[in-house]
Design a protein around this ligand. Structure first.
Ligand SMILES: Nc1ncnc2c1ncn2[C@@H]1O[C@H](COP(=O)(O)OP(=O)(O)OP(=O)(O)O)[C@@H](O)[C@H]1O
Ligand SMILES: [Mg+2]
Length: 506
């Protein structure tokens, strides 16, 4: 018998079947890669494994033992199942310090005091962070966990899971918030786990990650396992099994649409206190991709243009007129839009339907008389569902109950109906499956073709090359390369991103 056995696991939400009899098994020291389109049921399977959803049907065993269904997450943890869920907000505990979050289960189970001085917890917390190679000082450990960026919050959850020495480590899209360097760190951890005899379940939409880490893969489609493979994997088969007949179009050549007139001029803009000022022109009709590591200044650039956070210095002009938005509302009034990076916190309201969420940016336009036009709202919701293939029962479904990738499609897709002067998208492809990524890229390109200046900010070079005509590499707050995509190789972009050769703007 294998160390991990799932047998005929089924799950339904209010009568709607989502898992239709999943059986999988793998051994200690093996990494199982689980893949599938948005809404296939991956996270649901993980939540059943983790005891978050009670087991409705089937059997789960780890090392021959089965969890007691009545005990929920605690039973799963007792068996040695540690899970890092896809949504970070399902893992971090708001209002608590980083240290308390790192030690959360131990505090919850009474091994460590829940009240008393934070100082007493710091040595243990430092040890947990160090287990992931994080050298976090007391100042970081004392901060409220929500003051950390989402990448660091993700690292908190990983470090916590590792510190519990799991038999089965479950990672649901763990790299979606991480930069390249942190992703490498995570890969190292997974490889150590495998060597140490831990079984790993790894969910990702990134073929290169799964190809590198997994010993075997399973493809889930519509709640059923369609195929399983062992190394070496045939990815064309796996992708077909993920997406069905639809398949996926290969990117034949680079995009090369040249914009004409400048819409937005940045002059003497300084992103960080110590960084050099620079000028930048964004042109109508082209998609500009901005790549850079975490902390390179992508979000500072986007937030500054959107009026959400001032630049350290510098001025802007929009279609020739001075532009100095004091707030996002002012930017939106000038038709400058931003789809922010941290969607769960910034762009989604719990309890709202898809329809309401889809029309959120346009609420004012929808309610000229102050009364929401519900029919229009529903039509907007349906339009987003149709255009992006959102897996949902109807536009009335709550956004909260959508799969991670489908939430992403709704919050990004809702912006793509207007025709703004400037459209900024910060990490728009996060958590989106391969098929949906192609669809979204195509919509983003249509926006530029329709006359907007479009900026896509991302840390993944391949995502940027799929959508962009022009590529800018940001290093420590300064553009170090600015070129049309056709004039530069992928390798050169990667090298510049890591600041490997220090020449200036190409
Ligand atoms: N709490 C819930 N209530 C109702 N339906 C739900 C709930 N959670 C998930 N679903 C539905 O179950 C289906 C599978 O969702 P799940 O999150 O498991 O997909 P996934 O494979 O993880 O997708 P993604 O790649 O987008 O993360 C979706 O149709 C989703 O809307
Ligand atoms: Mg998921």
């Amino acid at each position: 018998m294998a160390m991990i056995e799932l047998h005929d696991v089924r799950h339904a939400f209010s009568g709607n079947p989502v898992l239709r009899g999943v059986s999988l098994s793998w051994d200690a020291g093996e990494v199982m890669g689980l893949m599938g389109a948005n809404g296939a049921g991956k996270s649901t399977l993980i939540k059943v494994l983790a005891g978050v959803h009670p087991l409705q049907h089937g059997r789960i065993s780890v090392d021959g033992a089965s969890p007691d269904a009545a005990d929920g997450p605690l039973a799963a943890r007792r068996l040695g199942i540690e899970t890092v869920h896809q949504r970070i907000d399902e893992g971090v505990v708001p209002g608590l310090s980083v240290a308390e979050n790192l030690l959360f289960e131990r505090i919850a189970q009474g091994e460590l005091p829940a009240v008393g001085s934070l100082r007493g917890l710091l040595p243990a917390a430092r040890g947990v962070a160090a287990g992931l190679g994080l050298d976090w000082g007391d100042a970081v450990l004392r901060r409220d966990v929500h003051e950390l960026g989402i990448a660091d919050q993700q690292l908190v959850l990983l470090a916590r899971a590792l510190s519990r020495r799991p038999k089965l480590l479950v990672l649901d899209e763990p790299t979606s918030a991480l930069s390249a360097a942190e992703t490498e760190r995570l890969f190292g951890v997974v490889e150590d786990m495998r060597r140490g005899g831990v079984a790993v379940l790894y969910v990702s939409h990134h073929i290169n990650e799964v190809d590198r880490l997994a010993d075997r893969i399973a493809v889930l489609r519509d709640g059923s396992i369609r195929s399983e493979q062992t190394q070496p994997f045939d990815w064309s088969v796996a992708v077909r099994d993920m997406l069905g007949e639809r398949g996926v179009r290969e990117l034949a050549e680079k995009n090369d649409q040249r914009g004409e007139d400048t819409v937005l001029e940045l002059r003497g803009v300084q992103l960080f206190a110590g960084s050099a000022p620079f000028d930048l022109d964004l042109r109508r009709g082209e998609v500009t991709g901005v790549v850079g590591l975490l902390g390179a200044g992508k979000s500072e650039l986007a937030l500054g243009v959107f009026g959400a956070q001032p630049f350290q210095a510098g001025t802007m002009r929009l279609d020739g007129a001075p532009y100095a938005p004091k707030s996002p509302a002012k930017a939106v009034a000038e038709e400058v839009y931003l789809v922010p990076e941290d969607r769960a916190a910034q762009a989604m309201l719990p309890g709202w339907s898809i329809a309401r969420t889809a029309s959120l940016p346009f609420l004012r336009a929808l309610s000229p008389s102050g009364v929401l036009q519900r029919r229009k709202e529903r039509a907007d919701g349906r339009a987003v569902i149709d255009r992006f293939g959102v897996v949902a029962s109807s536009e009335a479904q709550g956004v909260d109950s959508l799969s991670g990738g489908n939430q992403q499609k709704v919050v990004v897709g809702r912006w793509l109906r207007g025709r703004p002067r400037v459209m900024l998208l910060d990490e728009p492809f996060r958590g989106i499956d391969i098929g949906a990524r192609h669809d979204l890229s195509a919509r983003v390109r249509e926006l530029a073709a329709g006359g907007s200046a479009v900026v896509v900010l991302a840390s993944d070079v391949d995502e940027v090359l799929e959508v962009a005509d022009r590529v800018i590499v940001l290093v420590e707050g300064v553009p170090r390369l600015d070129s049309y995509a056709v004039d530069v190789t992928r390798d050169r972009i990667v090298a510049r991103t890591a600041a490997l050769n220090g020449e200036d703007v190409a």
